[in-house]
Design a protein around this ligand. Sequence first.
Ligand SMILES: [Zn+2]
Ligand SMILES: [Zn+2]
Length: 256
Amino acid sequence: MRQLSNYHTHTAFCDGKDEPEAIVREAIRLGCPELGFSGHSHVPFDDCCMSVEGTERYKAEIRRLKEKYADEIRIYLGVEQDYYGDLPTDDYEYVIGSVHYVEKDGEYLSVDLSRESFLQYVERFYGGDVYAFAEDYYALVARIHEKTRCRIVGHFDLITKFNEDDCIFDTAHPRYRRAALAALDALTDKPVLFEINTGAISRGYRRTPYPAPWILAELRARGAGLILSSDCHRREDLLCALEPWRDLPSVHPTLF
Ligand SMILES: [Zn+2]
Ligand SMILES: [Zn+2]
């Protein structure tokens, strides 16, 4: 049976719990053939991400581990580049492109901070029109490859993080569907893979991964490539909930 690897991994250099080396050891213990690190790129307005100086230390540390453990596991130096990430990505072996914020009236609204802040933003910045927030979000997602040159599109429908079972908005609403599909269409002719991302499961926000089943069906109908991703923030979640998706057609077994 094919062994699982993970390429979406956070560490204590950003908002993850563990030092990179502890995660490498866990990956080896689990028999992962590969492990990709993807620290949150620096953005000028959120200190949960890597600092400018921390970014350099991160790169040096992952390169050190890559050499040290070369006989046991293939390690890749990647980054989760936010749409508003302001540092270059040339030093990385791959990029995950993700939208975590929407700029609105000069403020950066976090899409995934908390249910309360999500609801507040909808009221304060969109006059209660949640679909307008979703439209702005997907307009950025549509441009994520152009902006970051990513190999992987991160958590395509992150905007549904607090919306499991459509408890806040209706994901069958024509405006929501139109916005999401426009982003999908803009990205499916690019050389990208889309994540099946279980990160919100390990953190207890959801029972199902991103993207929603209907988006997954649209992706597969378009022949898009998929990659499994735990969006790991703690080493014990490195392969969390990936197993059931392993043998889905279109899932790439490795990134490279
Ligand atoms: Zn992310
Ligand atoms: Zn992430």
